[in-house]
Design a protein around this ligand. Structure first.
Ligand code: GLP
Length: 261
């Protein structure tokens, strides 16, 4: 795992957007794994800016969401599909039918997980998966105790996650759906490159547990330790609990110019 420590959230966004831009520029049919939550918003803003003023095109890309709430009506402002359309894909030239997310309609739950896995497989697999990290160490919506081999499936959110996400639902944790569909940890681990973003001191502890703690289903983000190409990009505040921060800084500062994240 490579740990990249930069000054602030803007620098986190720049490093992540650079990696995505390189992929989108270099590959004939890039497949992007998109995350929701606040952590990737700066990266999305940087990509939109590069599209508008730098001509970066996503017309040849496909994109898959990590997860989705169950039971929110189509077009609900906090449904993850609506969120990603608003915050990214409506503002770039990704073709609308190139965006896919898990189908969170209750009547489709029996078949939706397998169909989503199949769509990802048919795309040839995700080249770069963006990830945030929950305060309990979750990735996607894989809550603690999620199997490290899990596939896309229905999950029940913990009260802690519903409380964390209440800010998107007018501060009301009861308004946050209890159930979600999420790519499994095994699904996520099949992406070519995992890029986890974290900013702010509230993420310092989960980041340290994921990066320097033991591999454990109690900290789903620790599964990144199993991946051959995982990059954790954090600002100084989110790096605050890392024991080996000096080593990570030195390794990144001395990277040869040709060696990208
Ligand atoms: C939600 C999402 C995760 C995200 C997490 C952290 O639970 N399902 O993908 O990583 O929130 O959110 P934030 O980036 O807003 O801290």
């Amino acid at each position: 795992m490579e740990i990249v420590i930069v000054a602030d959230p803007e620098a986190v966004a720049t490093v992540a957007a650079d990696a995505i831009q390189r992929l989108v520029t270099d590959l004939p049919t890039p497949v992007l794994g998109l995350a929701t939550g606040s952590s990737p918003l700066g990266t999305y803003r940087a990509l939109i800016e590069r599209h508008r003023s730098g001509g970066l095109s996503f017309a040849h890309c496909r994109a898959f969401l990590l997860d989705e709430y169950v039971g929110l009506p189509a077009g609900h402002p906090e449904a993850y599909r609506t969120f990603i359309e608003r915050e990214l894909t409506d503002q770039i030239d990704l073709p609308p039918d190139a965006l896919a997310g898990p189908d969170g309609r209750p009547e489709n739950l029996a078949t939706a997980p397998a169909r989503y896995e199949q769509r990802i497989a048919e795309s040839g697999g995700i080249d770069l998966q963006l990830l945030g990290i929950g305060s309990d160490g979750h990735i996607g919506f894989n809550e603690p105790t999620s199997s490290l081999g899990s596939r896309t499936r229905l999950k029940t959110l913990t009260d802690a996650t519903r409380t964390d996400n209440a800010r998107f639902f007018g501060g009301d944790a009861d308004a946050v759906p209890r159930h979600v569909l999420t790519q499994g940890i095994g699904t996520i681990l099949e992406a070519g490159h995992l890029v986890l973003l974290a900013t702010g001191s509230s993420k310092a502890e989960p980041v340290a547990r994921a990066v320097e703690g033991p591999l454990t289903a109690m900290v789903p983000a620790s599964a990144l330790q199993l991946h051959p190409h995982a990059t954790v990009i954090v600002d100084e505040a989110a790096a605050g609990r890392l024991t080996n921060a000096g080593y990570y800084r030195e390794a990144f500062a001395n990277k040869p110019a040709w060696q990208h994240i």
